[in-house]
Design a binder for this molecule. Sequence first.
Ligand SMILES: Nc1ncnc2c1ncn2[C@@H]1O[C@H](COP(=O)(O)OP(=O)(O)OP(=O)(O)O)[C@@H](O)[C@H]1O
Ligand SMILES: [Mg+2]
Length: 121
Amino acid sequence: MKKIEAFIRHEAFDPIRRDLLDVGVPSMSVAEVKGSGRQEGVVEHYRGAELVIHLRPKLKIECVVDDSEVEKVVDIILNNAKSGEVGDGKIFIIPVEETIRIRTGERGSDVLEPHLSQEQE
Ligand SMILES: Nc1ncnc2c1ncn2[C@@H]1O[C@H](COP(=O)(O)OP(=O)(O)OP(=O)(O)O)[C@@H](O)[C@H]1O
Ligand SMILES: [Mg+2]
């Protein structure tokens, strides 16, 4: 199992979510974060004063999947998040030791399978 952690622009999220749903990957966490990449900062001007903005808002997507799904998820993120401009973001792939569904105590990568029925939370 791997955790795919992607820092993306906000506008890339909806198409990524749609494509992940289409390939059967509905489970994820999303958070608003602020971050910086390798650029030194963006210069803005406010009432005549120069201001360097070091942190920019990004979305972080975390998605834990079976090893066999990793390339599919990475491709979807790349296809939708790449504009070619600096600041498109990054993807990290992190090993996950164990997954446990709290409701049932089940463990392992079966826990990551999408549900077939229409159970509601
Ligand atoms: N090494 C890192 N560790 C943690 N988060 C990172 C790292 N690199 C980038 N990020 C996150 O990704 C966001 C976007 O990074 P960004 O796309 O600017 O990376 P970059 O390496 O500067 O590439 P580019 O030259 O294309 O801008 C950052 O604002 C930050 O939230
Ligand atoms: Mg950058």
